[in-house]
Ligand binder design. Structure first.
Ligand code: E4P
Length: 218
């Protein structure tokens, strides 16, 4: 399974990249706003900075909701760097735009996906990635991981090439559940990725090894 980091924060992206296991980055307008990045010029500079840090796919989301505008914005984003994946919301004009982009070799991430039906349309339109939002479904007492599992099953059965990118991951347990559900990618906060490392037996085992070494070697 591939790991993307779900942030626009350059320090966190660098830290995750230095672990050596990072495959890409996802951003969205809220994450960009959180970093205080204002205006088209600054946003595009920021995407380029991310692409310089990570050698993997970087999702950059369109703001437009109209087909013509999405196409214009998406083409501009895609021309910034070969690793940019155009992130498009799962709405009617978004599906048309994904079809347009896929026919022209522009890679896409269909975002804000909350149902198998939406994932079916995204795959049929030729999306590179589909992003089911796990945490936001869990927030409303629905089952986000179950949606990931159903989309994986549907894509496997019909042999769609669209990759399932589990998004809105809130914790380390979500990552483990995504592995079990067969997600192709999980995009996660840095803390959730680092949480995978934690085990009390690793800590106590290492403490014993180091104490034993010190006892004999001084
Ligand atoms: C990434 O592609 C999504 O935009 C992101 O994971 C949404 O996460 P949130 O539900 O925690 O805002």
């Amino acid at each position: 399974m591939k790991f993307f980091i779900d942030t626009a924060n350059l320090d966190q992206i660098r830290e995750a990249n230095e672990l050596g296991v990072l495959d890409g980055v996802t951003t969205n307008p809220s994450l960009m706003a959180k970093e205080g990045i204002k205006g088209v010029v600054n946003q595009r500079k920021h995407y380029l900075q991310i692409c310089e840090i990570v050698h993997g796919d970087v999702s950059a989301e369109v703001i437009s909701t109209d087909f013509g505008e999405m196409v214009k914005e998406g083409e501009e984003l895609a021309s910034l760097h070969s690793n940019i994946v155009v992130k498009v919301p799962c709405i009617e004009d978004g599906i048309k735009a994904i079809k347009y982009f896929s026919e022209r070799g522009i890679r896409t991430n269909c975002t804000l996906v909350f149902s198998v039906g939406q994932a079916l349309l995204a795959a049929k339109a030729g999306a590179t990635y589909v992003s089911p939002f796990v945490g936001r479904l869990d927030d409303i007492a629905s089952d986000g991981i179950e949606l990931v599992r159903k989309i994986v099953e549907m894509y496997t059965y019909y042999e769609y090439e669209t990759q399932v990118l589990a998004a809105s991951i809130r914790n380390t347990q979500h990552i483990i559940q995504c592995v079990e559900a067969g997600a192709d990618v999980a995009t996660c906060p840095l803390a959730a990725i680092k949480g995978l490392l934690k085990h009390p037996l690793t800590d106590s085992g290492l403490a014993t090894f180091l104490a034993d070494y010190k006892r004999v070697n001084g």
